[in-house]
Design a protein around this ligand. Sequence first.
Ligand SMILES: [Zn+2]
Length: 303
Amino acid sequence: MRNIAAVTRKLKWIGLLGLLGYVTPYEHLKLIWLFWLLCIFEIIAEWRIIGQSFLQLAGILVSYFRNKNQQPSFPDRAATKLYRLPFLGQWTVVNGGIDKEMSHSWSMPSQRYAYDFLILDEEGKSRLGDPRKHESYYCYNKDILAPCEGTVLSIQDGYEESLIDGKGSSNCSAKDIRGNHILISHGDHEYSLIAHIKKNSFLVGIGDRVVQGQPLAKCGNSGNSSEPHIHYQLQNGTSFYYAEGIPVGFSDITAEKRESYSRLDTRKVNQKLAQKGHVTYIERGWTVAANLTYNSGADRWHI
Ligand SMILES: [Zn+2]
């Protein structure tokens, strides 16, 4: 069905020629509009993804009525626990921030303060080699670490990597835009969601207690993702649709701006990051790394 939908997705545009039936004497050309019926194949093939879009829309409405459009925001509300970056080494924020301009998705309640991370080289490139191969991307298959201690509430695994066309668009092959993902409860209504994880890479299971910095899985490209990256968000409930995002700062990190970022992304990058003590609120365009040491005796990373 997905293959049929891939063909009909293009064929349906022939329906535009139906306009000729209105602007020329050849009225029977209006019948060409019927090509739009081919959308049915897309709907059947992607009904779960379409359903998720409706749920996201419902989440916007629920949030609107719950807060009278005044969703709590930074600095009035921020994470109460100390969070660390969910990876080792230097990664770059390509989406995300604590205000509307920088936000990953301001209108989506749970994704308002989400972040997308990937690894860039000195030239501002995220890969070396064939853009269609997942292995070409620097961050692919890298460890994803627990941002804070907690309990694994849910895991979705089994979705294949989405194909990469190298043009920046997403070919979601999963039935869930998050692809393979994990939800961790940290207590006090703070939950971490990490998405687009590599199939069969999970090192923890549902119900497991995890410590901060513990490897959870590997970075992948499942779900609605145009290239391998880590999607991380902190939210105040378990639902991807109805929970609200929480601004999350990261403790003890280094953050720097690189000139080469503009080759990847021409959007504005701020000169400074908001800070509260050791906690930094990172944003799009900044390359960040956690200052960590590994305690082999305790078998864990320390900030
Ligand atoms: Zn994302």
